[in-house]
Design a protein around this ligand. Structure first.
Ligand SMILES: Cc1cc2nc3c(=O)[nH]c(=O)nc-3n(C[C@H](O)[C@H](O)[C@H](O)COP(=O)(O)O)c2cc1C
Length: 337
């Protein structure tokens, strides 16, 4: 017996486990490690120029002959590159799947199919799921409110997933709040065909982050996140979930003032390796090589950080998730006498 669902057939993967697009944390080493372990690895390219996105796809293809995906965020507030330019680059480089989030994917689905790739669309409601499925999406991702990073729904994963599963006939992947095999088994029971994990994969050896960020996730309790629009410089108007830190605490102490009146607004608090400054309330995270007050940056993480207790190689995370899920489902079958 092995863990396998209709998602595995749809995407030609071995296990229904997806490494979520986790922005600049993703890189070929991470996506390939997950895909080589039988899951689906993902590269997030929204904040990368098209030639760099194509290079990332090529470098991932060199490391794995299994399917992987590229994610493109559609919200115009988040982007500097036209979606068409990203699609030309990644489809030209032969990416097997494209995932869209934070916007209506309808105008792009045919283009991706013509380019020979599958389409995954992230939604935050049953209605959005119906729209995406009607437009031809191959897989729907239902992202609940407890998720780390930018959040598409005000509904939590558990009530969202069955609603989305009832609304569409294509495989559904659950995102938000899942960090171990109990979570994977729970969303399968709720009607999903797979699980999409972000925070747990930030705490992997292959993630392109400074160690401080990994350690903060590993140390965090489930109660230590903040859902707000605080880190809005670079991407305005989209709620996100981060770990509490000196920036969030000073803002709360000041009575949650609006942009323009926030403590330390405009201050440079860190810089990228090339010297490009990062200001307080910027949407930048502590990517590998960033120097400065790392703890004051946006430490994107979900409530699942309470369940993420160790920094591990990504392959080990996939293997552990599969083994735990199989064991959990086995135990549950004994509940019915
Ligand atoms: C560091 C980080 C960056 C993220 N970047 C993206 C992104 O570029 N595109 C996207 O669609 N979702 C992004 N997300 C959301 C994840 O894809 C996923 O939905 C979320 O992490 C699931 O919740 P979990 O963190 O509890 O596993 C990000 C999440 C994190 C933690």
């Amino acid at each position: 017996m092995a863990l396998s669902t209709p998602l595995c057939d749809a995407l030609e993967i071995e296990y229904p486990i997806v490494q979520a697009p986790i922005g600049s944390v993703t890189r070929p080493e991470l996506a390939a490690a997950v895909s080589n372990s039988g899951g689906l690895g993902t590269l997030a390219v929204t904040w990368r120029p098209p030639d760099r996105a194509a290079e990332f796809v090529e470098r991932t293809r060199e490391r794995t002959d299994r399917p992987f995906a590229v994610n493109v965020v559609l919200d115009p507030e988040a982007k500097e590159v036209a979606t068409e330019d990203h699609l030309d680059a990644v489809l030209g480089a032969g990416v097997p799947a494209v995932s869209f989030s934070f916007g209506d994917a309808t105008p792009y689905i045919e283009r991706v199919h013509d380019g020979g790739a599958s389409v995954l669309v992230t939604v935050g409601s049953a209605e959005e799921a119906e729209t995406a499925a009607a437009a031809g999406a191959d897989v729907i991702v239902a992202q609940g409110w407890e998720a780390g990073g930018h959040v598409q729904s005000e509904v939590a994963t558990l009530p969202l997933v069955p609603r989305v599963a009832d609304a569409v006939d294509v495989p559904v992947v659950a995102a938000g709040g899942i960090a171990d095999g109990r979570g994977v088994a729970a969303v399968l029971a709720a009607g999903a065909d797979g699980a999409w994990l972000g925070t747990r994969f930030v705490a992997t050896e292959e993630a392109a982050v400074e160690n401080h960020y990994r350690e903060r996730i590993v140390d965090a309790e489930e109660t230590e996140t903040l859902y707000s629009e605080l880190f809005d410089i670079g991407w305005k108007g989209m709620p996100h979930r981060v770990l509490h830190n000196s920036t969030t605490e000073a803002w709360e102490r000041a009575g949650r003032p609006t942009p323009g009146d926030r403590p330390g607004e405009g201050e440079t608090i860190a810089e990228y390796p090339g010297g490009h400054p990062i200001v307080r309330y910027g949407d930048d995270l502590p990517m590998e090589g960033v120097e400065g007050d790392l703890d004051a940056l946006a430490l994107y993480a979900g409530q699942s950080s309470g369940l993420t207790d160790e920094v591990q190689p990504a392959a080990e995370v996939v293997e552990e998730l599969v083994a735990e899920t199989e064991a959990r489902i086995d135990q549950l079958s004994a509940v019915v006498q």
